[in-house]
Design a protein around this ligand. Structure first.
Ligand code: PRP
Length: 180
């Protein structure tokens, strides 16, 4: 279909590793949000699977809403231009908001979301990212909760895509792209 050969080079994080770390994050979040009603804002689409697993492991009295952003399109490099393609329905005013992300890469998406959503006057605004690639940062962002800090691999699966595919893999894998 394209002039590229796609190979899943390795399984970086197994289903079991993901499940264990998600459970730990959920426990930490339950402790930190004790007595509060956090609003989890899931950053579509990549975070859908992580968020579904995370919230089911949490026992907090939480609410959930969704925001859609796009900056990569079908490319492997960020365009550098973040767009909101679907906005949150809930008011953020006075709420304890937790942004749930699949991955922090250049940081441009989370930086944009922090700046945009803080204007809506939440009581607190924090970030929980399953994966973090600190070596790729173009802007500094405070990631309050990180599942796994990883090397600069192109990762797919457990919600993450390449050209809209591979999101349904139950593990996180490394995709290699070579010219055909
Ligand atoms: C991906 C990912 C993050 C963002 C991280 O989203 O889900 O939201 O890129 O990259 P950054 O730190 O360089 O901004 P994408 O725009 O590909 O949309 P998707 O989640 O719908 O795949």
């Amino acid at each position: 279909m394209t002039g590229t050969i796609e190979t899943i080079e390795q399984q970086l994080l197994s289903e079991q590793q993901l499940a264990e770390r998600v459970r730990e994050l959920a426990q930490q979040l339950d402790r930190d949000y004790a007595g509060k009603r956090p609003l989890l804002v899931v950053v579509l689409k990549g975070s859908a699977i992580f968020a579904a697993d995370l919230m089911r492991q949490m026992s907090s009295d939480l609410e959930v809403d969704f925001i859609g952003t796009s900056s990569y399109g079908d490319a492997t490099e960020s365009s550098g231009h973040v767009r909101i393609v679907k906005d949150i329905e809930a008011s953020l005013q006075g709420r304890d908001v937790l942004l749930v992300e699949d991955i922090g890469d250049t940081g441009l998406t989370l930086d944009y979301l922090l700046r945009t959503l803080s204007l809506r006057e939440p009581a607190s605004l924090k970030i929980c990212a399953l994966l973090d690639k600190p070596s790729r940062r173009r802007v500094s962002i405070p990631v309050d909760y990180v599942g796994f800090s990883i090397e600069d691999h192109f990762v797919i699966g457990y919600g993450l895509d390449y050209a809209s595919r591979y999101r349904n893999l139950p593990y996180v894998g490394v995709l290699s792209l070579k010219p055909a």
